[in-house]
Write a protein that binds this ligand. Sequence first.
Ligand SMILES: [Zn+2]
Length: 252
Amino acid sequence: MTVTSLRDGYVDMPIRRLRQPGNIVFGDKLPSQVALVDGALRLSVNAFAIDDGDDITLIDTGASNAWHPTMGHLPEALREAKIAIDRVRTIAFTHTHLDHIHGLILADGRDGFPQLTRLLVPRLELGMFRAEARLERFHSRAQPFDAGQRVSAHIETIAAAGHEVGHTCFRVMSENETLLIWGDIVHVPSLQFDRPEITWEFDADQEQARTSRLQILGLAASNGCYVAGAHLDSPGVGRVSRTETAFRFEPL
Ligand SMILES: [Zn+2]
């Protein structure tokens, strides 16, 4: 099995998106460890292709031209990785935010994946997905899945709600190795491994997002598995270890 990290681009976000417990912004007391680019938080936007030898399953699709113009490079990333789009038969979403779903349709309006046969959307976000007018021709093709469900011989889903109501991680298993493709468990890697209590303005439920992050970080650290994050610095793959008080990311 081969997993490829595909960089759709990046998005710059103001530091006020970071939230301390109680939904409090940092103001001018931002921890010095936070990495900034021109005063902003730069989030890589990554999707992951899982090739099991037969078909390719794509986890998330980037933003296409639906959000900031710094994203939408998934087609180039696929070309660079020599992944034929016709081999992508299954797409599964970690959740239905803009930077994860809009790559279904290219900027010019054509389908991003002409041979797509399965489009898996978290059941609790089916309504949100079907509210995206730009993706209208995919609304009826969406197949809901539940957390805890196996979506293929090698991929099972793990509930990690909070960032969004149906936010899901995908556990990919190959012989003795496991990779946890965890979506938006971490938005700001320079801060949230060390301070996992810090949440993100766009977390639909801040408390639940915090709980899920702690749970998934703990799981990754205990299992020693690889993790892959939608907003970890590209390529966004590595391992998680425990520190005395929190966690640390060890990029691959
Ligand atoms: Zn995201």
